[in-house]
Design a protein around this ligand. Structure first.
Ligand SMILES: [Zn+2]
Ligand SMILES: [Zn+2]
Length: 149
């Protein structure tokens, strides 16, 4: 069993424990999320699965994502007006984002707990979490930039 298969099995049993019915579409959305290292939008997921499930709509994908989110299987990453990305890596990690193609890649760095503590002290907020994003050009975009010159 591969790592992503194992994670899928774990996610499925978590759904079962939460009393969520596993429909073929729900299974497919979850499987797609567990296999991709990208951070897809609901639209990306819809496009990837629409040939398999012609009756499925983007709204169905969204509904499934909400269910997964409530159980803690995915995290939603919102970016102002542009559509949310969904991340099934629920361990603590940071993101680096490509300015050119929008690709989001995970990387690990010790959690910046001090920032949260300091923010709490300075502002009196009850801090729940923080988000840090690093921006740049991914290797693919660097390469295509070089060949176009
Ligand atoms: Zn890129
Ligand atoms: Zn991520």
């Amino acid at each position: 069993m591969t790592v992503s298969e194992q994670r899928l099995q774990e996610a499925l049993s978590q759904l079962k424990q939460s009393g969520v019915r596993i429909t073929p579409q729900r299974h497919a959305v979850l499987e797609y999320l567990m296999q991709t290292m990208e951070h897809p939008t609901a639209d990306d997921i819809y496009k990837a699965l629409e040939s398999k499930f012609p009756n499925m709509s983007v709204a169905t994908v969204y509904n499934n994502l909400r269910v997964f989110q409530e159980i803690g299987l995915v995290r939603e990453l919102t970016y102002g007006d542009s559509s949310s990305r969904f991340d099934c890596n629920t361990t603590k990690h940071y993101h680096i984002i490509c300015d050119s193609c929008g690709k989001i890649v995970d990387f690990h760095y010790p959690t910046l707990d001090e920032v949260e503590q300091l923010a709490e002290q300075v502002t009196g907020f009850d801090v729940t979490h923080h988000r840090m994003e690093v921006y740049g050009k991914c290797e693919d975009c660097q390469a295509s930039l070089q060949t176009s010159h």
